[in-house]
Design a protein around this ligand. Sequence first.
Ligand code: TYD
Length: 141
Amino acid sequence: MQVIKYVFQPHGDDRGQLVALEEFKDIPFRIKRVYYMYDTGEDVTRGYHAHKSLQQILICIHGSCKIRLDNGKEKKVVPLEKPYEGLYVSNNMWREMFDFSSDAVLLVLASELYDESDYIRSYDDFLDYVKKISLTTTEEV
Ligand code: TYD
């Protein structure tokens, strides 16, 4: 599984750091929605879903957390601990977010508006879905 982590270029000077992100330039999709998580309990794991279409960039703009990515065949854990690093999470990717530091703020840039019908919230359904997709792709070739 290929993990795509963007390293954004901060505009640093003697006042501090500033990171600016533009759609299609720094972010590979149109940004339709922004949300963030904070005050996440240190023992909490959240996420536990995949999306059929949605793409996201996850940035831990303060503190740290870990992201488990799972494409149905392979799993990888990616630590996020720098405010200038963004993890790309494609569609059809199961994700779990955990190990949040008490000061963590996890910012999410999303390619679509909130749409519950885009979610796959059962892991078994996710495995069936990615199997079905890979069969369809194979048949098309
Ligand atoms: P939830 O999907 O449980 O978060 P996660 O799975 O990423 O841990 O979302 C928590 C609540 O927030 C849930 O009631 C849905 C709502 N929500 C919105 O209204 N808009 C959004 O863009 C998101 C991401 C969640």
